[in-house]
Design a protein around this ligand. Structure first.
Ligand code: 16G
Length: 245
C-alpha cells in the first residue's frame, strides 16, 4: 500500500485510488483469498492518507463482497464462492443434494435437545400437550464452505432421541420409518444479522434466503418444521415451470 502504488492508481479521489490499489492487490495475488488486511491505521500510514479515506475504500469493497469484516478479528479478503443450484421440485436432504454434486457435506452442531414445544411447533407439528419436540440446530458445510444454518424441530413421537442424528436427519428418519414424502417450502429474502453472518463467513447485512420447510408423512402428519438461513451468494433455487392449462 505504498505511496507510489497509490499515485500510480490513476486519477480521482484518494479513496477511489486506494480502492483500486486494494483491488489490484487481490487480483494479482499479493493479497490471497482469506488473507487478513493490515489494520486500518497501518494502511493509512503506509499510503499517507487519513483513516477516513481507508475506511471509505474498505467499506465499498466490503459492500462489493471483495472483502469481509469479521467482528473482533479484522478485515479479510473474501474467498470466492462456487454457487450451488438446487431444484425446487424434489424432496431431498442436504446430504443427498451435496453427494449428487460430488461434494462432501458435514454439520457443525450448535444444539441438539428435547424440549417442551413452542406454540408454533405445537400447531405446525400437530402436537398433543404432553408430547416433546426434538430440536436440532447446525451449520451445514459443503466442501468446507459454510452454506446454511438449519434449525429443525421434529415431534418427539417420531424422533425421541435427537442425539441419534449424527449427520443426516433424513437418514435417521428413514431408519425410524418416518421419512417425509411431501413438503411445503417457503423462501423469503433477508439481511443477515451479525451472529448468523459470522457463522456463515459473510459480512453482517449480507443477503440471505430464509427458508421454512414443513414436511409430511403419507398419512398427512407433519414430521419436520425447519427454519433455515442460506447464503444468498452461494445458493440458487431453480424451479422448472410448465404452461398452465
Ligand atoms: C434440507 C432441508 C431441511 C432438512 C435437511 C435434511 C432445505 C431448505 N432444507 O437441508 O429441511 O432437514 O435437508 O438433511 O432444503 P440431512 O438429512 O442431510 O440432515
Amino acid at each position: 500500500f505504498s505511496l507510489e502504488r497509490l499515485q500510480a492508481a490513476g486519477t480521482g479521489p484518494l479513496y477511489v485510488k486506494l480502492r483500486r490499489t486494494l483491488e489490484g492487490a487481490v487480483r494479482t495475488g499479493t493479497l490471497g483469498h482469506g488473507d487478513a488486511l493490515p489494520p486500518e491505521r497501518d494502511i493509512a500510514e503506509l499510503a499517507a492518507v487519513s483513516r477516513v479515506t481507508v475506511r471509505r475504500a474498505i467499506d465499498e469493497l466490503v459492500a462489493d463482497g471483495l472483502l469481509v469484516r469479521r467482528h473482533g478479528s479484522g478485515t479479510f479478503v473474501a474467498k470466492p464462492v462456487s454457487k450451488v443450484e438446487q431444484r425446487l421440485s424434489q424432496l431431498t436432504s442436504f446430504t443427498e443434494d451435496m453427494a449428487r454434486r460430488g461434494m462432501s457435506s458435514r454439520s457443525e452442531w450448535l444444539h441438539k435437545g428435547v424440549h417442551t414445544p413452542s406454540p408454533d411447533e405445537m400447531m405446525i407439528l400437530g402436537l398433543g400437550t404432553d408430547v416433546k419436540v426434538s430440536r436440532l440446530s447446525r451449520l451445514r458445510i459443503a466442501d468446507d464452505q459454510p452454506l446454511a444454518i438449519e434449525n429443525a424441530s421434529v415431534s418427539g413421537e417420531f424422533l425421541p432421541d435427537p442425539s441419534a442424528v449424527t449427520n443426516s436427519l433424513y437418514a435417521e428418519l428413514e431408519r425410524l420409518q418416518v421419512r417425509p414424502v411431501r413438503a411445503v417450502q417457503r423462501i423469503s429474502a433477508t439481511n443477515m444479522k451479525e451472529a448468523d453472518a459470522q457463522l456463515l463467513g459473510v459480512s453482517a447485512g449480507a443477503a440471505g434466503l430464509s427458508i421454512e420447510r414443513i414436511s409430511y408423512l403419507g398419512s398427512g402428519r407433519a414430521v419436520e418444521f425447519t427454519r433455515s438461513l442460506y447464503r444468498g451468494d452461494a445458493y440458487d433455487f431453480v424451479a422448472e415451470l410448465t404452461i398452465a392449462v
